[in-house]
Design a protein around this ligand. Sequence first.
Ligand code: PEP
Ligand code: MN
Length: 337
Amino acid sequence: MIVVMNSGANKIQIDNVLTRLENLGFKIHLSEGVERTIIGAIGDKSILNEVALEAMPGVEKVVPILQPYKLVSREFKSRDSVVKVDNLEFGGKKIHIMAGPCAVESREQLMESAEAVARAGATILRGGAFKPRTSPYAFQGLEEEGLQMLAEAREKTGLKIVTEVVDPRNVELVAKYADILQIGARNMQNFFLLKEVSIANKPVLLKRGPSATIEEWLMAAEYVMSGGNYNVILCERGVRTFETYLRNTLDLSAVPVAKHLSHLPVIVDPSHAVGKWQFVKPMALAAVAAGADGLIIEVHPNPAQALCDGPQSLTPEHFEELMNDIRKMAETMEREL
Ligand code: PEP
Ligand code: MN
Protein backbone atom coordinates (compact mmCIF):
# COMPACT_ATOMS: atom_id res chain seq x y z
CA MET A 1 0.00 0.00 0.00
CA ILE A 2 0.94 3.63 -0.32
CA VAL A 3 0.62 6.09 2.52
CA VAL A 4 0.34 9.62 1.18
CA MET A 5 1.28 12.22 3.80
CA ASN A 6 -0.24 15.73 3.87
CA SER A 7 1.87 18.38 2.17
CA GLY A 8 2.32 20.00 5.58
CA ALA A 9 3.20 16.79 7.47
CA ASN A 10 6.19 17.31 9.76
CA LYS A 11 9.12 15.00 10.45
CA ILE A 12 7.73 13.70 13.74
CA GLN A 13 4.44 12.72 12.08
CA ILE A 14 6.28 10.97 9.25
CA ASP A 15 8.57 9.15 11.72
CA ASN A 16 5.55 8.02 13.76
CA VAL A 17 3.95 6.44 10.69
CA LEU A 18 7.25 4.80 9.72
CA THR A 19 7.74 3.36 13.23
CA ARG A 20 4.16 2.08 13.32
CA LEU A 21 4.54 0.33 9.97
CA GLU A 22 7.97 -1.09 10.80
CA ASN A 23 6.74 -2.47 14.11
CA LEU A 24 3.99 -4.26 12.20
CA GLY A 25 6.59 -5.91 9.96
CA PHE A 26 6.10 -3.77 6.83
CA LYS A 27 9.05 -3.14 4.55
CA ILE A 28 9.35 0.58 3.88
CA HIS A 29 10.27 2.43 0.70
CA LEU A 30 10.33 6.15 1.27
CA SER A 31 9.86 8.76 -1.42
CA GLU A 32 10.43 12.31 -0.24
CA GLY A 33 9.15 14.72 -2.89
CA VAL A 34 9.32 18.49 -2.83
CA GLU A 35 5.57 18.66 -2.23
CA ARG A 36 4.91 15.71 0.05
CA THR A 37 6.27 12.45 1.40
CA ILE A 38 4.95 9.16 0.07
CA ILE A 39 5.56 5.97 2.01
CA GLY A 40 5.44 2.64 0.18
CA ALA A 41 4.79 -0.20 2.62
CA ILE A 42 5.00 -3.84 1.59
CA GLY A 43 3.61 -6.46 3.96
CA ASP A 44 0.48 -8.16 5.26
CA LYS A 45 -2.30 -5.71 4.54
CA SER A 46 -4.93 -7.84 6.33
CA ILE A 47 -3.82 -6.21 9.60
CA LEU A 48 -4.42 -2.74 8.17
CA ASN A 49 -7.86 -2.24 9.73
CA GLU A 50 -6.40 -2.60 13.18
CA VAL A 51 -3.71 -0.08 12.37
CA ALA A 52 -6.11 2.73 11.43
CA LEU A 53 -3.34 4.52 9.61
CA GLU A 54 -5.62 7.07 8.05
CA ALA A 55 -6.40 8.39 11.52
CA MET A 56 -2.76 9.14 12.30
CA PRO A 57 -1.74 12.82 12.31
CA GLY A 58 -0.22 13.96 9.01
CA VAL A 59 -1.69 11.13 6.90
CA GLU A 60 -3.76 12.24 3.92
CA LYS A 61 -4.80 8.84 2.56
CA VAL A 62 -3.87 5.17 2.35
CA VAL A 63 -4.05 3.60 -1.12
CA PRO A 64 -3.80 -0.18 -1.60
CA ILE A 65 -1.72 -1.43 -4.58
CA LEU A 66 -3.87 -3.94 -6.43
CA GLN A 67 -1.21 -5.46 -8.70
CA PRO A 68 0.91 -8.38 -7.42
CA TYR A 69 4.02 -6.34 -8.20
CA LYS A 70 4.22 -3.33 -5.93
CA LEU A 71 7.40 -1.26 -6.22
CA VAL A 72 7.42 -1.83 -9.98
CA SER A 73 3.86 -0.62 -10.54
CA ARG A 74 2.56 2.73 -11.77
CA GLU A 75 0.24 2.71 -8.77
CA PHE A 76 3.30 2.95 -6.54
CA LYS A 77 4.94 5.67 -8.62
CA SER A 78 2.98 7.52 -11.26
CA ARG A 79 5.89 9.35 -12.88
CA ASP A 80 8.43 7.63 -15.19
CA SER A 81 11.55 6.48 -13.38
CA VAL A 82 14.85 7.67 -14.74
CA VAL A 83 17.59 5.09 -14.27
CA LYS A 84 21.05 6.57 -14.13
CA VAL A 85 24.05 4.78 -15.57
CA ASP A 86 26.74 7.19 -14.44
CA ASN A 87 25.96 10.32 -16.46
CA LEU A 88 23.50 8.57 -18.82
CA GLU A 89 19.78 8.65 -18.11
CA PHE A 90 17.36 5.93 -19.19
CA GLY A 91 13.67 6.81 -19.27
CA GLY A 92 14.08 10.50 -20.02
CA LYS A 93 13.95 12.27 -23.38
CA LYS A 94 17.09 10.61 -24.68
CA ILE A 95 17.11 7.20 -26.36
CA HIS A 96 20.22 5.16 -25.64
CA ILE A 97 21.66 2.60 -28.00
CA MET A 98 23.63 -0.34 -26.63
CA ALA A 99 25.57 -2.10 -29.35
CA GLY A 100 28.39 -4.56 -29.85
CA PRO A 101 29.06 -8.23 -30.45
CA CYS A 102 27.08 -11.05 -28.93
CA ALA A 103 30.24 -12.35 -27.26
CA VAL A 104 33.66 -10.93 -26.49
CA GLU A 105 35.85 -13.12 -28.70
CA SER A 106 39.22 -11.34 -28.74
CA ARG A 107 40.75 -7.94 -27.95
CA GLU A 108 40.88 -7.02 -31.68
CA GLN A 109 37.27 -8.02 -32.33
CA LEU A 110 36.04 -6.11 -29.29
CA MET A 111 38.05 -2.93 -29.89
CA GLU A 112 37.03 -2.79 -33.53
CA SER A 113 33.38 -3.22 -32.56
CA ALA A 114 33.61 -0.66 -29.76
CA GLU A 115 35.21 1.99 -31.94
CA ALA A 116 32.66 1.41 -34.73
CA VAL A 117 29.58 1.62 -32.49
CA ALA A 118 30.93 4.66 -30.62
CA ARG A 119 31.58 6.45 -33.92
CA ALA A 120 28.01 5.76 -35.02
CA GLY A 121 26.57 7.22 -31.80
CA ALA A 122 25.99 4.30 -29.42
CA THR A 123 26.54 5.16 -25.76
CA ILE A 124 26.89 1.65 -24.34
CA LEU A 125 28.97 -1.32 -25.46
CA ARG A 126 27.42 -4.77 -25.18
CA GLY A 127 29.35 -8.05 -25.19
CA GLY A 128 28.98 -11.30 -23.31
CA ALA A 129 31.89 -12.71 -21.32
CA PHE A 130 29.73 -15.52 -19.89
CA LYS A 131 27.56 -16.96 -22.63
CA PRO A 132 24.42 -18.98 -21.88
CA ARG A 133 24.37 -21.30 -24.91
CA THR A 134 21.78 -23.85 -25.92
CA SER A 135 24.57 -26.36 -26.62
CA PRO A 136 27.23 -27.22 -24.02
CA TYR A 137 29.67 -27.65 -26.94
CA ALA A 138 29.24 -24.07 -28.20
CA PHE A 139 31.63 -21.22 -27.24
CA GLN A 140 30.95 -20.37 -23.59
CA GLY A 141 32.75 -17.01 -23.36
CA LEU A 142 36.13 -15.65 -22.20
CA GLU A 143 34.90 -15.05 -18.64
CA GLU A 144 37.09 -12.68 -16.57
CA GLU A 145 39.52 -12.10 -19.43
CA GLY A 146 36.51 -10.94 -21.48
CA LEU A 147 35.41 -8.61 -18.69
CA GLN A 148 38.89 -7.06 -18.60
CA MET A 149 38.71 -6.44 -22.35
CA LEU A 150 35.33 -4.74 -21.91
CA ALA A 151 36.82 -2.46 -19.24
CA GLU A 152 39.71 -1.67 -21.57
CA ALA A 153 37.24 -0.79 -24.36
CA ARG A 154 35.46 1.56 -21.94
CA GLU A 155 38.77 3.29 -21.21
CA LYS A 156 39.47 3.73 -24.91
CA THR A 157 36.04 4.84 -26.13
CA GLY A 158 34.16 6.26 -23.13
CA LEU A 159 31.30 3.82 -23.79
CA LYS A 160 29.60 2.30 -20.75
CA ILE A 161 29.52 -1.49 -20.49
CA VAL A 162 26.55 -3.85 -20.33
CA THR A 163 27.32 -7.53 -19.91
CA GLU A 164 25.46 -10.60 -18.77
CA VAL A 165 25.84 -12.29 -15.41
CA VAL A 166 24.59 -15.89 -15.41
CA ASP A 167 25.57 -17.18 -11.99
CA PRO A 168 24.80 -15.73 -8.54
CA ARG A 169 28.40 -16.58 -7.53
CA ASN A 170 29.73 -14.22 -10.25
CA VAL A 171 27.67 -11.11 -9.53
CA GLU A 172 30.43 -9.42 -7.54
CA LEU A 173 33.01 -10.20 -10.20
CA VAL A 174 30.86 -8.92 -13.10
CA ALA A 175 29.82 -5.82 -11.11
CA LYS A 176 33.51 -4.99 -10.69
CA TYR A 177 33.81 -4.42 -14.46
CA ALA A 178 30.29 -3.66 -15.77
CA ASP A 179 28.20 -0.49 -15.67
CA ILE A 180 24.96 -2.46 -16.18
CA LEU A 181 24.34 -6.06 -15.12
CA GLN A 182 22.37 -7.94 -17.78
CA ILE A 183 20.00 -10.69 -16.72
CA GLY A 184 19.44 -12.87 -19.78
CA ALA A 185 16.08 -14.13 -20.97
CA ARG A 186 16.81 -17.69 -19.82
CA ASN A 187 17.56 -16.44 -16.32
CA MET A 188 14.60 -14.09 -15.88
CA GLN A 189 13.12 -16.37 -13.24
CA ASN A 190 16.40 -17.43 -11.63
CA PHE A 191 15.30 -16.00 -8.32
CA PHE A 192 18.63 -16.55 -6.56
CA LEU A 193 20.37 -14.57 -9.30
CA LEU A 194 17.72 -11.83 -9.06
CA LYS A 195 18.22 -11.62 -5.29
CA GLU A 196 21.97 -11.36 -5.75
CA VAL A 197 21.75 -8.48 -8.27
CA SER A 198 19.22 -6.80 -6.00
CA ILE A 199 22.02 -6.16 -3.52
CA ALA A 200 24.60 -5.19 -6.15
CA ASN A 201 25.35 -1.55 -6.56
CA LYS A 202 24.78 -1.50 -10.32
CA PRO A 203 21.75 -0.94 -12.60
CA VAL A 204 20.14 -4.10 -13.95
CA LEU A 205 18.97 -4.80 -17.50
CA LEU A 206 16.22 -7.39 -17.11
CA LYS A 207 15.35 -9.29 -20.26
CA ARG A 208 11.91 -10.80 -20.66
CA GLY A 209 11.94 -14.61 -20.65
CA PRO A 210 11.09 -16.29 -23.97
CA SER A 211 7.85 -17.67 -22.50
CA ALA A 212 7.20 -15.16 -19.74
CA THR A 213 3.99 -13.17 -19.47
CA ILE A 214 4.32 -9.44 -18.88
CA GLU A 215 3.18 -10.01 -15.30
CA GLU A 216 5.90 -12.64 -14.68
CA TRP A 217 8.46 -10.25 -16.15
CA LEU A 218 7.32 -7.44 -13.85
CA MET A 219 7.36 -9.85 -10.88
CA ALA A 220 11.00 -10.62 -11.73
CA ALA A 221 11.68 -6.86 -11.63
CA GLU A 222 9.91 -6.76 -8.25
CA TYR A 223 12.50 -9.25 -6.92
CA VAL A 224 15.30 -6.86 -7.86
CA MET A 225 13.56 -3.77 -6.50
CA SER A 226 12.36 -5.40 -3.29
CA GLY A 227 15.97 -6.27 -2.47
CA GLY A 228 16.81 -2.55 -2.63
CA ASN A 229 18.01 -2.06 -6.19
CA TYR A 230 15.61 0.41 -7.83
CA ASN A 231 17.68 0.80 -10.98
CA VAL A 232 15.97 -1.65 -13.29
CA ILE A 233 15.66 -1.32 -17.06
CA LEU A 234 13.23 -3.75 -18.71
CA CYS A 235 14.09 -5.32 -22.08
CA GLU A 236 11.67 -6.97 -24.51
CA ARG A 237 13.60 -9.43 -26.72
CA GLY A 238 10.92 -11.53 -28.39
CA VAL A 239 8.87 -14.44 -27.13
CA ARG A 240 8.28 -17.96 -28.36
CA THR A 241 5.13 -18.45 -30.42
CA PHE A 242 3.82 -20.90 -33.07
CA GLU A 243 5.70 -18.86 -35.70
CA THR A 244 9.02 -20.45 -36.67
CA TYR A 245 10.35 -18.32 -39.53
CA LEU A 246 12.20 -15.97 -37.20
CA ARG A 247 14.06 -16.80 -33.99
CA ASN A 248 11.30 -15.31 -31.80
CA THR A 249 8.25 -13.11 -32.21
CA LEU A 250 8.94 -9.54 -31.12
CA ASP A 251 6.09 -8.52 -28.83
CA LEU A 252 6.22 -4.80 -29.47
CA SER A 253 2.92 -4.25 -27.70
CA ALA A 254 4.82 -5.21 -24.52
CA VAL A 255 6.55 -1.82 -24.70
CA PRO A 256 3.48 0.40 -24.22
CA VAL A 257 1.90 -2.20 -21.91
CA ALA A 258 4.95 -2.44 -19.62
CA LYS A 259 5.17 1.35 -19.57
CA HIS A 260 1.48 1.57 -18.73
CA LEU A 261 1.74 -0.93 -15.86
CA SER A 262 5.14 0.18 -14.62
CA HIS A 263 7.20 3.36 -14.23
CA LEU A 264 10.44 1.62 -15.28
CA PRO A 265 12.28 2.35 -18.54
CA VAL A 266 11.76 -0.22 -21.31
CA ILE A 267 14.19 -1.01 -24.11
CA VAL A 268 14.01 -3.49 -27.02
CA ASP A 269 16.45 -6.07 -28.39
CA PRO A 270 15.47 -6.51 -32.05
CA SER A 271 18.53 -8.74 -32.75
CA HIS A 272 17.57 -11.70 -30.55
CA ALA A 273 13.92 -11.19 -31.47
CA VAL A 274 14.36 -11.72 -35.22
CA GLY A 275 17.63 -13.70 -35.41
CA LYS A 276 18.34 -12.46 -38.97
CA TRP A 277 20.18 -9.18 -39.56
CA GLN A 278 17.93 -8.15 -42.48
CA PHE A 279 14.98 -7.72 -40.11
CA VAL A 280 16.77 -5.86 -37.32
CA LYS A 281 16.31 -2.40 -38.86
CA PRO A 282 12.51 -2.38 -39.35
CA MET A 283 11.95 -3.76 -35.85
CA ALA A 284 14.45 -1.34 -34.27
CA LEU A 285 12.60 1.59 -35.86
CA ALA A 286 9.22 0.16 -34.88
CA ALA A 287 10.47 -0.20 -31.28
CA VAL A 288 11.34 3.50 -31.15
CA ALA A 289 7.91 4.30 -32.62
CA ALA A 290 6.34 2.12 -29.91
CA GLY A 291 7.96 4.27 -27.24
CA ALA A 292 11.09 2.30 -26.31
CA ASP A 293 13.65 4.17 -24.20
CA GLY A 294 16.54 2.44 -25.93
CA LEU A 295 17.71 -0.48 -28.03
CA ILE A 296 20.32 -3.21 -27.65
CA ILE A 297 21.71 -4.33 -31.00
CA GLU A 298 24.33 -6.88 -32.02
CA VAL A 299 27.12 -5.57 -34.23
CA HIS A 300 30.17 -7.58 -35.36
CA PRO A 301 33.08 -6.46 -37.55
CA ASN A 302 32.82 -9.74 -39.49
CA PRO A 303 29.48 -11.46 -38.86
CA ALA A 304 30.39 -14.47 -41.03
CA GLN A 305 33.24 -15.29 -38.61
CA ALA A 306 31.32 -14.62 -35.38
CA LEU A 307 31.52 -17.31 -32.71
CA CYS A 308 28.00 -16.49 -31.60
CA ASP A 309 24.88 -15.06 -33.32
CA GLY A 310 26.60 -14.05 -36.58
CA PRO A 311 23.37 -14.30 -38.66
CA GLN A 312 21.67 -11.58 -36.61
CA SER A 313 24.70 -9.27 -36.28
CA LEU A 314 24.91 -6.04 -38.24
CA THR A 315 28.15 -4.98 -39.89
CA PRO A 316 29.48 -1.60 -38.69
CA GLU A 317 28.29 -0.10 -42.02
CA HIS A 318 24.75 -1.37 -41.60
CA PHE A 319 24.76 -0.20 -37.99
CA GLU A 320 25.75 3.31 -39.03
CA GLU A 321 22.90 3.40 -41.57
CA LEU A 322 20.50 2.18 -38.92
CA MET A 323 21.64 4.89 -36.49
CA ASN A 324 20.86 7.56 -39.08
CA ASP A 325 17.34 6.17 -39.44
CA ILE A 326 16.89 5.86 -35.66
CA ARG A 327 17.85 9.52 -35.35
CA LYS A 328 15.02 10.48 -37.71
CA MET A 329 12.52 8.24 -35.95
CA ALA A 330 13.58 9.62 -32.56
CA GLU A 331 12.94 13.14 -33.83
CA THR A 332 9.47 12.16 -35.04
CA MET A 333 8.76 10.78 -31.59
CA GLU A 334 10.08 13.99 -29.96
CA ARG A 335 12.95 12.06 -28.46
CA GLU A 336 16.69 12.56 -28.81
CA LEU A 337 19.42 10.15 -29.74
C1 PEP B 1 22.38 -11.71 -25.26
O1 PEP B 1 21.95 -10.55 -25.20
O2 PEP B 1 23.54 -11.99 -25.57
C2 PEP B 1 21.47 -12.85 -25.00
C3 PEP B 1 21.93 -14.06 -24.75
O3 PEP B 1 20.17 -12.51 -25.09
P1 PEP B 1 18.87 -13.25 -24.51
O4 PEP B 1 19.12 -13.49 -23.06
O5 PEP B 1 17.79 -12.25 -24.79
O6 PEP B 1 18.70 -14.52 -25.31
MN1 MN C 1 23.47 -12.96 -28.91
